[in-house]
Design a protein around this ligand. Structure first.
Ligand code: BGC
Length: 746
């Protein structure tokens, strides 16, 4: 029946069409206008320009801010269309521009619990850095991207790359260590993977957001050369190695101006010097003005529109912000959407590949665990020879700790120490992933008696240890955004626990779960120590695989472990003066920041001497140096050959001299000519080499001239100081058996 009616009406309308077209001239084009910007042959810039021409002022302003968040200013009714992430920017359907759905995704996708979804928790970012493996970093980013897309997001807010200048920073676990080359290259690899999967990547927190204490009020003072050669260099290297679409400016001030309205940081350095083509997004509540921020280069305010809504619109209408400046902000966002493919390849909600995620999490953790001490070769444990094991430590029967704040991934399976089923997490609540060391160890040593003690009473833990062949003690130090550690010491009397257990049993293994260095007053009394970081969803299985030798450890420290806090450049963290305007008690964060409270000062007099550069320059012995990590095999280095040139080539041989296959991170450092006035050495390259027993490989590391240069503040450019450069090669920043000096000129 339907076809009959349709046939008749078709006939009638065709007749009418013929008649009307005889009478009326047809419009040049009918129906919706063709969207020329959807032509994928055009460049992202061309496509952005074409869209821009069609946009109204309101549509432009709409792209420059989010829709708000409870506690951080007003919330728009449009926010109901948010995908449940930290940020939502409505699209422009009439032009075919999709919404931007942003989610925090430091070590996995955030907020899965409250959204009823699933996310894999990878090992913390600092752990990934300890793998020194660019392929692992790529896999890390690819997994995050696939889960973001499966959940309906198209922008990631991961990518933390602040240098660990202050190891008590509560976000150390979210970052990639203390060296700009390592951190910059690793984050670039993560970002490349995310963007290849059509997710907008973002690196943060630009810049010098190196402590959480008073982060909204602190003013960081640093000289230009030091900033460019340290914290900023990590961002520069990241952008040199990946076309990253977004950079998040931070809460703090730098040399007087808030980072999100800092002309030097945003315009001079990021957009002009580094030729950044993407957009600058403010940290949540880190915008402080409309006109000043716009002039300084802030493109987008999150989470709402305290400044980048009506106030920015009025500023444009009254000419205080030019149309060209406004268009530049909008163009950058559109361009990034085209460049990353979020318009051509929209996210499709789908089922997450849980098993794949868990496998990636385990494999990365296995490559990230650092063996710090193995005196007497207690590890790897031989399950066939062990009759009894004491597993000791807070919650080591059920889980492993994770890093908190906006990086927090809700634990698949629920928080191990909460009632079952309680998946969502609360801000500033330590979360234990349900990956049980006790179970993982029992699975490896099926023939042994494996018993557990929480360590709450060190004496009873020591009693259990005394009668066991081996004692394995899991200790932790929890970290979170918005809190700095009060000290690098392990909390909750865990130092005492270790001392008593180690005194009771010489075969004691310490497994650290931390986001950064800890102090170890017991270091000389314990023969075996491993750093497992915040190990993610499969932390326990990975630790067990290392302890029992199924996997040979290959991680190296991306951060120095100092002997004591007295050895840090700042023995005390500078905190906002209490009861001052900079530290009002209570009140939402955005109100504090928007009101522009008086800053308190932190001065980075140590300048470029971050991490190992500081300890080297000050001749301070450390517990475990940057780049350090043991293996169950041994390696030797020989045949160093440095070829001078604009991109010096450093060639050498690494041999696996032991009986087990392994992977060695071969590190290349350089000492600059004394005229450069630099710390004793800097990392200039590395290669992670996989070697079978007795196998040898020739390695060549090509060194980027920028990484051998200093920043000349007069020319505002990198400069290679002519003179003698000593290249050093080995397995740690303090174990560099090969050395060769060559003369380099510009
Ligand atoms: C953090 C950012 C995060 C944002 C959104 C802020 O508190 O500093 O890293 O991306 O919140 O959750």
């Amino acid at each position: 029946m339907c076809s009959k009616i349709c046939g008749r009406s078709l006939f009638v309308s065709s007749v009418l069409f013929v008649i009307t077209s005889l009478i009326l001239p047809l419009p040049a084009q009918s129906g919706p206008k063709p969207r020329a910007w959807m032509n994928q042959k055009l460049t992202p810039d061309q496509r952005a320009d074409l869209v821009l021409k069609e946009m109204t002022l309101d549509e432009k302003i709409g792209l420059l801010h989010g829709t708000g968040m409870e506690g951080l200013g007003p919330v728009s009714p449009l926010a109901v269309h948010s995908n449940g992430g930290a940020g939502y920017v409505p699209g422009i359907p009439r032009l075919g521009i999709p919404a931007i759905q942003m989610s925090d995704a430091a070590y996995g996708v955030r907020a899965s619990g409250e959204n009823g979804r699933y996310s894999t928790a990878l090992p913390a970012d600092v752990a990934a850095a300890a793998s020194w493996d660019l392929d692992a970093a790529h896999e890390y980013g690819a997994l995050i991207a696939s889960e973001l897309r499966a959940q309906g997001y198209n922008m990631s807010l991961g990518g933390g790359v602040n240098l660990t200048r202050e190891p008590r920073d509560g976000r150390t676990f979210e970052y990639l260590g203390e060296d700009p080359l390592l951190a910059g290259k690793m984050v670039a690899s993560v970002m490349n993977a995310e963007q290849e999967a059509h997710v907008i990547g973002d690196i943060k927190h630009y810049a010098l957001n190196d402590q959480e204490s008073g982060r909204n009020a602190v003013n960081v003072n640093i000289d230009e050369r030091s900033a460019r050669e340290s914290d900023l260099l990590a961002f520069e290297i990241a952008l040199d190695n990946a076309d990253i679409a977004a950079v998040m400016c931070s809460y703090n001030r730098v040399n007087g101006d808030y980072a999100c309205e800092n002309n030097y940081l945003l315009n001079d350095v990021l957009k002009k010097d580094w030729k950044f083509k993407g957009f600058v997004v403010s940290d949540w509540g880190a915008t402080h003005s409309a006109v000043k921020s716009s002039h300084a280069g802030l493109d987008h305010e999150e989470p709402g529109w305290i400044f980048y809504g009506d106030e920015l619109k009025k500023a444009v209408e009254t000419g205080r912000v030019s149309q060209a400046e406004l268009d530049d902000h909008v163009r950058r966002i559109l361009r990034s959407m085209f460049a990353t493919g979020v318009i051509d390849h929209p996210s499709q909600k789908s089922v997450v590949d849980v098993m794949h995620g868990l496998e990636v999490a385990r494999k990365i953790e296995e490559q990230s665990i650092v063996l710090l001490k193995n005196e007497g070769g207690l590890l790897p444990l031989d399950a066939a020879k062990i009759h009894s094991i004491a597993v000791i430590g807070p919650h080591a029967d059920v889980g492993m700790i994770s890093g908190g704040g906006s990086a927090q991934v809700d634990p698949p399976g629920g928080n191990a120490i909460m009632p079952p089923g309680q998946g969502a997490t609360a801000w500033l609540e330590p979360i234990w992933f349900p990956t049980s060391p006790l179970k993982a160890i029992r699975a490896k040593a099926a023939g042994a008696k494996v018993e557990f003690d929480s360590g709450a009473n060190p004496a009873s833990a020591a009693a259990l240890a005394r009668n066991a062949d081996v004692a394995i003690v899991f200790v932790y130090q929890w970290e979170s955004e918005s809190l700095d550690l009060s000290s690098l010491a392990l909390p909750d009397r865990q130092d005492e626990l270790i001392a008593q257990v180690a005194a009771a049993n010489p075969h004691t293994v310490i497994v650290l779960e931390s986001g950064g260095p800890v102090t170890m007053p017991w270091v000389d009394k314990v023969g075996t120590i491993t750093e497992a970081w915040f190990g993610g969803s499969c932390g326990a299985e990975a630790v067990a695989n290392i302890l029992f030798g199924e996997v040979n450890p290959s991680g190296k420290l991306p951060i120095t472990f100092p002997r004591s806090e007295a050895d840090l450049p700042h023995p005390e963290i500078v905190k906002p003066p209490s009861h001052s305007k900079a530290n009002p008690s209570g009140g939402p964060e955005w109100k504090q920041t928007a009101a522009g409270f008086a800053p308190f000062q932190v001065t980075y007099n140590e300048g470029v001497k971050v991490g190992y550069k500081w300890y080297d320059a000050m001749n301070k012995p450390v517990l475990f140096p940057f780049g350090y990590g043991l293996s169950y095999t041994t390696y030797s280095y020989s045949n160093l050959q440095v070829t001078a040139g604009t991109h010096p080539k450093v060639s050498f041989t690494v041999v696996n001299t032991g009986e087990r296959a392994g992977a060695e991170v071969a590190e290349v450092y350089a000492a600059l000519p004394s005229a450069a006035g630099e710390p004793p050495k800097r990392l200039v390259g590395w290669s992670k080499v996989r070697l079978n027993p007795r196998e040898s490989k020739e390695i060549t590391v090509e060194v980027d001239p920028k990484i051998l240069s200093i920043f000349n503040v007069k020319t505002h450019d990198w400069e290679l100081v002519p003179g003698d450069y000593t290249f050093m090669v080995g397995g740690s920043s303090q174990d560099l058996p090969l050395k060769q000096t060559v003369a380099l000129s510009e």
